[in-house]
Design a protein around this ligand. Sequence first.
Ligand code: CP3
Length: 360
Amino acid sequence: MTFQLPDNHPLVAGNTADSALIRAYTGRPVTRRPVWFMRQAGRSLPEYRKVREGISMLDSCLKPELAAEITCQPVRRHDVDAGIFFSDIVVPLKLAGIEVEIVPGVGPVMGKAIRTAADVAALPELDPAALAPIREAVGIVVAELGDTPLIGFAGAPFTLASYLVEGRPNRELPATRAMLAADPHTFNQLLAWVARLTTTFLRAQAEAGASALQLFDSWVGRLSVAEYETAVQPHSTAVFAGIADLGVPRVHFGTATKDLLPNLLAAGADVVGVATDITLSQASALLGGNVVLQGNLDPAMLSAKWSELACEVRQVCAQGEAAPGHVFNLGHGVPPDTDPEVLTRVVELVHSIPPKAVKE
Ligand code: CP3
């Protein structure tokens, strides 16, 4: 592998290149099955709630020491195989100068919904220099994590555009779907703008030390395959192409995506994140049996009886064997009311199940 990354980057310097996560992401055999959780940093942890007291979500993302501390908390506590950078998909919007807040219990709320061609034309480009607090936080994290890789992330063009167009969370995405149907040209311009913003945000995290990158297209399962292929996939493809030269593994995840998995792969991902609407063995078969998968324990199981949860964890691990590499995760984020001790136990259990022996 050649990397367009500085010599002291953890992948280039060798710290993380042979970690379980990066070995699995690149289809190499592992001695322990890697595990991390989407939203592992956050409200399930009392130490998170304590350091967040009195500081808004987005302010905490832009304080490098604090964002770094929150990123490392779940790694220290659970012995997960990766940190996921503590930030949010709307952080690059804020750094581009767009008015946005994260309202507790609601989600991202925009100062103004983006609905017209004029709104889209007025969107400012993100100046990479504005990402200084992100680079600084990533630098602090990778110094603490050492041999444990950090995963950087961003929102995919469709999911981030849906927040801009709706103005506030709305699961049905009515305004987004209306723009896609009635004004595809403006919708296309909007997604192209988000793709540039997202690429800049991802590059900054990798250049500062992230060893893998995940693109979250959480709401893309609302689209038909035809809509995805025509209106969305070219923009997600542009994002993956825009980070390809970095040489870091690229993960693509969305929910309700069982019909879209081949498209998520075709957009340029190395690893496909699987939600709970399909089993890992079905997903692997659908993708031709040669794609590394991440997933997919149902987050709702975290509040089930331990015996039932353990049975599900074993099943997810067994099904992951269908793929050439498997990184254990949930099918979506950790619910805020999760008992953190349950997460620690899940990590222990996953680590205790030997991965299948594969010859190198
Ligand atoms: O641990 C991690 O996974 C890293 C941090 C992370 C956050 N957001 C922190 C956060 C990541 C990867 C995200 C991504 C994100 N943000 C997505 C894609 C993943 C997904 O869940 O589908 C989306 C859609 C968002 C937008 C967003 N931000 C929502 C829907 C919410 C929840 C609002 C609420 O209060 O219920 C947020 C806020 C947010 N982002 C929190 C965290 C820890 C909660 C804020 C808090 O603790 O007060």
